[in-house]
Ligand binder design. Structure first.
Ligand SMILES: *[C@@H]1O[C@H](CO)[C@@H](O)[C@H](O)[C@H]1NC(C)=O
Ligand SMILES: *[C@@H]1O[C@H](CO)[C@@H](O)[C@H](O)[C@H]1NC(C)=O
Ligand SMILES: *[C@@H]1O[C@H](CO)[C@@H](O)[C@H](O)[C@H]1NC(C)=O
Ligand SMILES: *[C@@H]1O[C@H](CO)[C@@H](O)[C@H](O)[C@H]1NC(C)=O
Length: 770
């Protein structure tokens, strides 16, 4: 299959606006490119800190430990404007180790020690593991002095050999639980426990077929109420054996109380079970490959079952409408999958089935160490849950058609009115951090902040909710981003339209401030400015035609001196990416013959006596209109022009306020017209050579427009033929054989098991394949 065909298709989908509701409104409302004054970042980089793969926040959030290349660093992050190196532990392989590594055929750049595990073991010590020249090793580090205590442990099963392999690790009660590959070649994936003492023994997976199938480990999470650790990973879904290498996302569990069996499953997990995580929209192929998971603890007072696991998923199938999706899974849904039925593996045919069998034990149940051999054999064979875990609320949390998200962090934020919102921080592949608040109506992306320029191979994300900071680790160092900068919004309207649960308008201080106990103007759910800014004098709502406002002297407006017949361009900086700009003149229609509305919102026209006068640029967003700029276009001083016919332009040209100009009270607030990149003060002045430029631009724009229309028409035809029911054959031809197979269902498989899988024509992948 040609990938270009897909690109074309997704482009068509975007252009024709066929995206589902979840994909609407995912444009970040405001964007802060690197170096924006509105969003100052703090960086720590340089020679000290290459490949900052692993981040660990010290208690209190004033120390950030960084696992980097050949080093562990302790950064003092308690200062506002800088992250300061406090301690550094050099931990690099010897020349001899490096030599051996490269003799084994490894690239020299992959032979350093990449720190991949960095966790608090207890109050005083950190446990760290690194790839150490393809011979993993672990050490105990004093967290205060950053010195090594005790001698190093072998890191096999705790840390990958290869720095490009993903792993996960978590410490619970001084024991280390890991998911990683445990051999040099990377063929032996393992979920295991280490550092157990006394009657507790180190545990690992049994070598039984199919416990893990070429997994990529993503994350792990401990739920104290359950006494369980959950691992998240993707792997080959062997139960879908009609598709070659179909990837599925999984959650698996083990109990911390597990000590293995007495005869059967000695030193092996007796509590391992796994289930599929299904992030799928109706009528679409699943987003089957999990990229990252973060957990959101339940609200205060709510049961642990309400814990949510938010995950980023991408699709193996190129026909999905989005590049990445976010799904949330509740702990209760995961528990219910594990307490249901389990699939059976036929060891001769290597086929999974849901054959009904006598239930000898409950797989996944804690406390099986004293169980009979029979029961243990049963749990050893039955570890793949029949039911998939479906997203909370039944659908996808969001789908992004433009961005490939790689990492996320989630936080619960209490808004000014006491309501709580989940806020997602999503890192894009291209280096932007999106902040999305989850509303009843869907996700709203409050802002995006550029944190790095070049795509980074290594990334990590750490949220310090207590301090309101996010740390992003990359190949080049660490970047710190405050969760919000409320003072960027300088009017109540801007503050409320942002719908940022972190920010509200303080009427007394006349400032957009971080949410605290005091009552603030805020409406996260609706973004309703009239409601939220009731007590604030709304200076910017006026518009022409409403005469019930008190008469005010005509505001000066930004004077724009012009010569007749010169092309004038009045800029109108966008208040946000979600706003729509429009232009108004008192008592006059802006006829399309005379005025050109440019794509960037600015207005262009030729200065004639009829076009001299006042202009108002309005920005409408979420049902609220505000003035962004006011201009007064007048002829450059010189001989007064002949009095033109139009009464309105007459008075304007003469610099006199017309009788209907009473509403010019909407003079932009200080600073307002200078919104970000556009500064009307300077850019409104138009040298006359612009005239030619505009003419050429207009012609070019017309040509481009015609081309676009043609392209759209062609694409639309293609889309039509693609979706037309009578051309199903053509449709499936666009898919890869594997995709076609998936959509058709596995007839061979179905027949083998005695009943044919039906109802696949709607594009669903069967959840239960057998
Ligand atoms: C917040 O935004 C204001 C206004 O653009 C800017 O002056 C200030 O430096 C910003 N603060 C931070 C921490 O980004
Ligand atoms: C923490 O663990 C280290 C290494 O096992 C040990 O030496 C130290 O005594 C422990 N500290 C506490 C407070 O338990
Ligand atoms: C398991 O059996 C041993 C000895 O038979 C006993 O000491 C222990 O308490 C039992 N454990 C549980 C959890 O029943
Ligand atoms: C380490 O960082 C460099 C760039 O600084 C990058 O080229 C390399 O791939 C990274 N190595 C690993 C193992 O991530």
């Amino acid at each position: 299959m040609m990938p270009t065909g897909d690109r074309l298709l997704s482009l068509t989908v975007t252009l024709l606006g066929f995206l589902g509701p979840s994909a609407i409104g995912l444009t970040p409302r405001v964007s802060f490119p690197m170096g924006s004054p509105g969003r100052r970042l703090t960086r720590f980089g340089g020679a000290d800190v290459g490949n900052a793969t692993t981040l660990l926040l010290g208690d209190g959030g004033d120390t950030l430990y960084v696992g980097a290349r050949d080093a562990v660093l302790a950064l003092d992050v308690g200062h506002q404007d800088a992250m300061v190196l406090r301690n550094k532990l050099d931990w690099r392989p010897s020349e001899k180790d490096l030599e051996q590594c490269s003799m084994k055929g490894k690239k020299m750049t992959d032979c350093p020690n990449f720190i991949r595990v960095l966790l608090f073991l207890n109050a005083t010590h950190i446990y760290a593991c690194g790839t150490f020249a393809f011979s993993p090793r672990c050490i105990y580090i004093n967290s205060e002095t950053l010195t090594v205590s005790l001698k190093p442990d072998e890191g096999r099963g705790r840390c990958p050999y290869d720095p490009y392999q993903r792993n996960t690790a978590i410490v619970v009660d001084g024991e280390l639980y890991t998911g990683t590959v445990a051999d040099y070649r990377g063929n032996w994936p393992l979920i295991s426990r280490h550092l157990s003492e006394g009657s507790r023994v180190d545990l690992k997976l049994d070598d039984t077929l199919g416990w893990l199938e070429d997994p990529t480990f993503i994350s792990s999470s401990f739920i104290p109420d359950e006494g369980k650790i959950y691992f998240f990973f993707s792997e080959v879904g062997r139960e879908y054996d009609f598709i070659d290498k179909f990837i599925v996302s999984r959650v698996s569990q083990v109990c911390t109380s597990d000590v293995g069996g007495q005869r059967t499953l000695q030193r092996r997990w007796t509590t391992f079970a796994k289930a599929q995580l299904l992030c799928q929209a109706p009528g679409e192929l699943p987003y089957n490959v999990v990229q990252d998971i973060d957990s959101l603890p339940p609200a205060e007072g709510a049961p642990a079952d309400d814990t949510l696991f938010y995950g980023i998923f991408t699709s193996q199938w190129s026909v999905n409408s989005g590049l990445s999706a976010v799904c949330a899974f509740s702990l209760s849904a995961i528990k219910s999958a594990f307490s249901g039925g389990y699939k059976v593996l036929n060891r001769d045919t290597l086929q999974w089935s849901t054959r009904v069998q006598e239930r000898v034990a409950n797989p996944g149940e804690c406390g099986l160490h004293n169980a009979s051999d029979n029961a243990l054999r049963y749990v050893k064979e039955n570890f793949l849950a029949d039911d998939s875990v479906r997203p909370a609320g039944g659908g996808l949390t969001l789908v992004s058609a433009e961005h490939r998200y790689t990492h996320l962090a989630v936080q619960r934020v209490r808004a000014a009115d006491g309501a709580e919102y989940a806020v997602l921080f999503l890192l894009t592949e291209s280096g932007y951090l999106h902040k999305a608040v989850l509303l009843q109506s869907g996700a709203h992306v409050v802002e995006e902040v550029q944190v790095f320029r070049q795509p980074q191979r290594v990334k990590s994300l750490k949220l310090s909710a207590a301090k309101g900071l996010i740390y992003v680790g990359t190949s080049e160092g660490v970047v710190r981003v405050p969760v919000a900068n409320c003072s960027f919004y300088w009017t109540c309207a801007h503050c409320v339209l942002a719908r940022d649960p972190f920010c509200g308008w303080d009427a007394a201080r006349r400032a957009c401030v971080g949410v605290s106990a005091a009552p603030l103007g805020q409406d996260v759910a609706g973004g309703n400015v009239e409601k939220a800014c009731q007590n604030v004098a709304l200076m910017h709502t006026a518009r022409f035609g409403t005469n019930n406002l008190p008469a005010a002297p005509c505001p000066a407006g930004e004077p724009v001196p012009v010569s007749l017949h010169e092309v004038v361009r009045l800029p109108c900086p966008a208040a946000s990416r979600l706003s729509r700009q429009s232009w108004e003149r008192p008592n006059s229609r802006l006829s399309p013959e005379l005025y050109l509305h440019l794509d960037d919102g600015s207005l262009s026209f030729v200065a004639t006596p009829a076009t001299l006068g006042h202009y108002l640029c309005l920005s409408a967003e979420n049902g609220f209109r505000q003035a962004v700029a006011v201009y007064h276009v007048k002829q450059k001083s010189g001989p007064p022009p002949a009095r033109p016919d139009g009464p309105e332009s007459a008075s304007a040209a003469a610099g006199q306020p017309g009788p209907d100009l009473t509403l010019w009270m909407v003079k932009a607030a200080p600073g307002e017209a200078a919104f970000r990149d556009g500064d009307p003060q300077t850019s409104a002045r138009t040298p006359s050579y612009l005239k030619e430029l505009v003419t050429v631009s207009v012609l070019l724009a017309l040509c481009l427009g015609a081309l676009t229309l043609l392209l759209l028409y062609v694409l639309k035809q293609r889309w039509r033929s693609r979706t037309a029911p009578q051309q199903v054959a053509a449709e499936s031809d666009r898919r890869t054989p594997v995709e076609r197979e998936a959509l058709r269902g596995g007839p061979a498989q179905g027949e083998r098991n005695g009943h044919v899988q039906g109802a696949l024509s709607n594009g669903h992948l069967p959840n239960t394949p057998i």
